[in-house]
Structure formats: structure tokens, C-alpha cells
Ligand binder design. Structure first.
Ligand SMILES: [Zn+2]
Length: 201
């Protein structure tokens, strides 16, 4: 089947089904930068016409092609660091409903593999809480951070999966997260930091 975009009308409908390819989508869930793998049951947006992509769009072009208050869940894995973070977060806030969940994965600032395509590489425990809140002088859109988690995820040749799990458990212990980030994260770098944010409107 040849790639085709899905012309979806966002508004009243909760689901979308394509008669040509049989793809079924929950219209309350969006993946930005869905990539090669693509997600079942989510609206997949990407710049490249990979299989399962529903909407082709360059995320540097604002506004994104969705009405206000559309989604109750957004998934953004290794995409926000390639964008203007403030502008992207404002846009996520706009297209989300109140109480929507936003799952974000980005490289932690201790990740040694910096990339030319990354516009921001300083992600830490307080990146979002310090910037986006009601009455913020930086950006007055409100997200509540429900969780943040470090992921070491080194390649197998350096550390076995069980060891990796063990260290992830230690560095994410509630009272140790801040100490790890402040004093030890460059001894044992995290590949990634994962956030779970809630949209507050
Ligand atoms: Zn289709």
C-alpha cells in the first residue's frame, strides 16, 4: 500500500478508521515524531512518510495542525530536544485538554552523545517545573510534573541489563534523585530522562 496521509477531522469524532489501509486510530492520543516504528491506535505525526504516519507535518511550523483542546494524551520520545522547547510546550498545552497526560523522553544532560540536531541538551529534574507554571515570568502555561525518571540504558557491551536495572532503581530512589543529579550523574551518566506531565488549564 502506497503511503497516504489520513485526512482526519478533529472535533466530535472519537475514532478514525481508514477504509483503504484499515488503520484504526483513537483521536484523543497523539505521538509527535512517531518515527519508523509508529504507534498503533495513536495519531502519528512525523516529518517523514514512514509506515503508520497519519499526518505529515514539520513541527517547526506553528500552529500544529490541530484545534485547541483536542488530546488527552501526548507521547513525545526524543523529539522535543530537536525543537524550540518553549514554543513546542506552549503548542502541546494548546492542543491538550485540561488534565491531559504528556509523556516526554529526552536525553539527560549527562548523556555524552551530543548531537548537532539537538537544540537543547540541558534537560534535568527541574527543566519544566522551573519554567512552565501559572504566573511564570518565562512561560505562563501550566504543567504539573507527576514524575521524572532517569534511565541509564548503556549498551550491553558495557553493562548487563540486570545491572542497568539495579542502577536505575538506585538513582531513581525518591530522596536520591537530586543527589545523583547534582553530584554523581557524570560518573554514571543517564542516557535519558523521562517526564510525566499533566496539563493544567
Ligand atoms: Zn489509510
Amino acid at each position: 500500500m502506497k503511503f497516504h496521509e489520513h485526512k482526519i477531522k478533529f472535533g466530535k469524532e472519537k475514532t478514525f478508521a481508514c477504509a483503504d489501509c484499515g488503520r484504526k486510530i483513537d483521536l484523543s492520543k497523539l505521538v509527535i515524531g512517531s518515527g519508523k516504528r509508529g504507534f498503533d491506535n495513536y495519531v502519528n505525526l512525523d516529518l517523514v512518510n514512514f509506515p503508520k504516519v497519519d499526518i505529515l507535518h514539520n513541527l517547526d511550523k506553528y500552529p500544529w495542525p490541530f484545534p485547541d483542546n483536542t488530546f488527552s494524551e501526548i507521547y513525545a520520545s526524543h523529539i522535543i530536544e530537536h525543537l524550540d522547547v518553549e514554543q513546542a510546550m506552549k503548542e502541546i498545552h494548546r492542543i491538550c485538554k485540561n488534565d491531559a497526560l504528556v509523556k516526554i523522553m529526552v536525553p539527560h544532560h549527562s548523556n555524552p552523545f551530543k548531537r548537532l540536531s539537538h537544540r537543547y541538551e540541558g534537560f534535568n529534574l527541574e527543566t519544566f517545573t522551573n519554567h512552565f507554571y501559572k504566573g511564570s515570568i518565562y512561560c505562563d502555561v501550566n504543567f504539573k510534573q507527576l514524575k521524572a525518571k532517569f534511565m541509564i540504558r548503556v549498551s550491553r557491551q558495557f553493562m548487563k541489563a540486570e545491572k542497568c536495572k539495579f542502577f536505575n532503581w538506585i538513582i531513581n530512589k525518591k530522596n536520591f534523585q537530586r543527589i545523583y543529579e547534582r553530584f554523581f550523574c557524570y560518573m554514571l551518566p543517564s542516557a535519558e530522562i523521562q517526564y510525566l506531565l499533566k496539563v493544567v488549564k
